[in-house]
Design a protein around this ligand. Structure first.
Ligand SMILES: [Zn+2]
Length: 303
């Protein structure tokens, strides 16, 4: 019998569930819009609606769920979410355990993305991977010999909130100088607004300015690359991964910063690490596939 897993990717606007086989091929998926009147109950009902149509296949091993945090992965609770402020202490795992007779796995979405990349991505052959997700904010994940390191209650490897600049710009988390205030969609737009009084809509608009050699956009990007290189340097010396892989929407502009970023990281780490360290752009795998990989890895690790 085929071995399948359901992966659920919870975002601010929608809940996407996919049914995957062990090779990462998607058999079927279901997308449900996040309810306009959002409460814990309407949210959980939408989670149910995304999963229920996928259950009519034999061989499903379990359900993996990824959501923004902070969360408690042991008790399976979404504590709160900046994009869904009306949710508080949502008991996702308990609810799904009651509704579905399958093992339930629940982790932070950046950790799911990291595990998905480590299980199904181009660099899956490497023994340990530090993965950075560059999007609206910056997420991170660390997978060592197939095991996801998620920290106490699942909130580890928040690399976007490591200090890149002492006493730097104010971050959404309330602190100053976090990496994501310099190299995420939110950060790049905020730095551009600060210098020009102009509001850009998205990262594409920012990188369009870079491509047209706007000196302010270039200055912001160059400082962002420096902030990223310093932070990744610290993370490499802390974790000693075999590969550092960048994923997420901003990597579509990799040609505008990837080579310089790689060079600046390499200039800053122990020389001995440079010979074998891989620094690269990964694939942009679906968030739901990352969540499904929790199920496949959970099976392996339980043996
Ligand atoms: Zn922060």
């Amino acid at each position: 019998m085929s071995q399948l897993a359901i992966g659920v990717d919870i975002g601010g606007g929608s809940i996407k569930a996919g049914l995957y086989d062990r090779k990462g091929a998607e058999l079927i998926h279901q997308v449900v819009a996040t309810p306009v009147h959002l409460t814990n109950d309407t949210f959980l009902e939408a989670v149910f609606q995304s999963i229920e149509p996928l259950l009519h296949h034999p061989g499903i091993l379990g359900i993996g769920i990824g959501s923004p945090g902070p969360l408690d992965n042991e008790r399976g609770i979404l504590i709160e979410s900046a994009n869904m402020p009306s949710l508080k202490h949502v008991p996702i795992k308990e609810y799904c355990n009651q509704k579905f007779n399958l093992p339930i796995f629940y982790e932070n979405d950046a950790n799911c993305a990291a595990l998905g990349e480590a299980v199904f991505g181009e660099y899956k052959h490497l023994s340990s991977l530090l993965i950075l997700t560059l999007g609206t904010g910056i997420g991170g994940g660390f997978v060592d010999r197939g095991v996801l390191f998620s920290g106490y209650q699942g909130n580890g490897i928040e690399i976007g909130h490591m200090t890149a600049v002492i006493n730097g710009a104010v971050c959404g988390c309330g602190q100053r100088g976090c990496l994501e205030t310099y190299f995420s969609t939110k950060g790049l737009i905020a730095r551009y607004l600060e210098k020009t009084n102009q509001t850009l809509l998205d990262a594409k608009e920012f990188f369009d300015q870079v491509e047209s050699k706007n000196p302010i956009a270039l200055e912001i990007l160059n400082f962002g690359i420096l902030a990223m290189a310093e932070t990744v340097r610290s993370a490499i010396h802390l974790l000693n991964p075999e590969g550092v892989i960048f994923v997420g929407g901003i990597t579509s502009a990799w040609h505008l910063f990837g080579d310089r970023l790689q060079q600046m990281i390499r200039e800053r780490i122990f020389t001995v690490l440079n010979d074998r360290l891989i620094i690269a752009k990964g694939g942009n795998l679906a968030g739901s596939l990352g969540a499904a990989s929790l199920v496949f890895q959970g099976q392996l690790n339980d043996r």
